[in-house]
Design a protein around this ligand. Structure first.
Ligand code: NDP
Length: 472
């Protein structure tokens, strides 16, 4: 009876995960989706605890199990709550990466513990258990160290530039061979703890060497890929210990992370392999950015002229980018939009899928400033609108507005879908200088005759514009 109830709880938890994930489809429902998933997780943890507390006849459960579970829940839950509440929005990618490391490491530990128990008992280990264990250990260990390096790069603890050394490719190849040979030995040979230890060491080193050569600015894609690995490792751990909810949750994370990685790579018009091999962009926005200042005739626009253009427009599209996040100017852009709307201007926001440095970066920022969701328009929806728009106001966005992606086959971003900002009647660009963005290339938009550059920090520029609009 209790067993049935536990399984029903697992099914309810799995259903809540699926529903929660579905509601993440739109910013309007994402919060409730998060809540549903959290309730699902609480049910799953509760059911697992009852499962441990009521061992089957003949099954021995250590007296230490309860204190360890209680301690883990308090310490893990407390740390999770604290970090999630205190993290800055701009530091979210590295926090997600740390959580991935923890998830991957936990999945690997579950598999290692189960295998060690079976191997030391001297029993023969069923083939399916060995396969799941080996996969869980390998994927979990690669995810653990890979995610720590990714997080370190974003936090500035590890240099963001691609780090390569002589022979690193050979080392990666040798480590991969050790992992595969060791895995085949465990699967087809006898149980062996030294071989398992060798696989663990090789997989941990592989994770470090895999992520070091990738530039810091590519980390969000890598993090999404490692997130997918975490899910897969957790699903494997679920197979090892026979826990259905772990299998389902792991598979969901694995699939969702994989799809997100593919979507991000597509939105940058790059393959996942190209990202993993690295060397794109500078990795940091500072150093390489100075390398290529745009040439051609640039027209500057003053705050007062820009304010007049905006205030007397019928339609304005705001195009936010990474610079908006750096300047934390989301509240200022909302304030300016409110002022314009009070004057009868239609304002909408064009959201490019890879604007910023993490998936959904712009949605999250603008949601923080309570920008109404219906004003946020996805790229495919807003692109036909630009040619009917009086003013496109670009705030700290660069690559995602570069017309070279459409017209210049020799451009590194050729083929990347962009926002058709250049088709607006007038374009105002707020940025601090002529320095390029993440891709490190000049932007043809800035030398178009209908573009006016307003050189300023996004926060200052927007608040000066708001003051000027108020004065009209
Ligand atoms: P970009 O990196 O192309 O450009 C950002 C611009 O913001 C810079 O040119 C910079 O110019 C300006 N800027 C920086 N700080 C400020 C500030 N304080 N005030 C005003 N402007 C500022 O950003 P986009 O959002 O247009 O494009 C994102 C890029 O990141 C794409 O190339 C994408 O492929 C890549 N990427 C995105 C990921 C994601 O998940 N979203 C993941 C990995 C990569 P200046 O210094 O002159 O001020």
């Amino acid at each position: 009876m209790l067993d049935t109830l536990i399984h029903l709880a697992y099914i309810a938890a799995a259903a809540l995960f699926v529903l929660g994930l579905h509601r993440m489809n739109s910013p309007a429902t994402a919060r409730s989706g998060n809540w549903l998933s959290a309730v699902g997780m609480a049910i799953a943890v509760g059911a697992a605890v009852v499962d441990v507390a009521t061992p089957a006849p003949g099954q021995h459960v250590s007296g230490l199990a309860w204190p360890i579970i209680a301690l883990g829940t308090v310490v893990g839950g407390g740390l999770g709550l604290y970090t999630a509440r205190s993290v800055q929005m701009t530091a979210m990618p590295q926090l997600v990466s740390l959580f991935n490391a923890v998830g991957g490491g936990a999945a690997a530990l579950v598999a290692i513990e189960d295998y060690t128990k079976l191997a030391t008992a001297g029993d023969s280990i069923p083939l399916e258990t060995t396969v799941s264990t080996v996969l869980g250990v390998v994927i979990g260990c690669v995810t653990f160290t890979g995610s720590l390096i990714a997080s370190g790069k974003l936090q500035g603890l590890v240099p963001g530039r691609p780090i390569k050394f002589a022979g690193s490719q050979v080392a990666i190849g040798v480590l991969a061979l050790v992992v595969v040979a060791g895995a085949l030995y465990l699967i087809f040979g006898a149980p062996s703890l030294p071989i398992l230890a060798l696989i663990i060491a090789a997989a941990l080193t592989f994770g470090v060497l895999m992520v070091l050569p990738i530039g810091g600015a590519d980390m969000p894609v890598v993090i999404s890929l490692l997130n997918s690995f975490t899910g897969t490792a957790a699903a494997m751990a679920g197979f090892v210990i026979g826990n259905p909810v772990l299998i389902i949750a792991g598979a969901l994370v694995g699939a969702a992370g994989g799809i997100l990685t593919k979507l991000m790579a597509d939105a940058m018009n790059r393959s996942i392999v190209n990202i993993l091999v690295g060397g794109f962009g500078t990795g940091d926005t500072g150093a390489g950015a100075a390398a290529g200042a745009a040439t051609g005739s640039v027209r500057e626009v003053g705050v007062d002229d820009a304010a007049i253009m905006l205030a007397y427009a019928q339609n304005v599209i705001v195009v936010p980018g990474y610079g908006l996040a750096v300047a934390q100017a989301q509240h200022n852009v909302r304030e300016l939009a409110d002022l314009l709307e009070s004057r009868g201007v239609n304002v909408s926001y064009a959201i490019h899928p890879v604007a910023g440095r993490m998936p959904g970066h712009m949605n999250v920022l603008l949601a923080e400033a309570n920008v109404p969701y219906p004003q946020l328009k996805e790229m495919d929806e807003i692109n036909p609108e630009f040619s009917r728009t009086d003013v496109a106001l670009v705030v700290g966005a660069n690559d995602v507005t570069n017309p070279a992606a459409r017209s210049n086959p020799s451009s590194p971003i050729y083929g990347m879908p962009i926002l058709n900002v250049d088709q607006a009647q007038n374009v105002i660009v707020i940025k601090r200088s002529m320095r390029p963005g993440y891709a490190g290339i000049d932007n043809e938009l800035y030398t178009q005759p209908n573009t006016g550059m307003l050189f300023a920090d996004a926060k200052d520029g927007l608040s000066q514009l708001a003051t000027a609009v108020k004065a009209l």
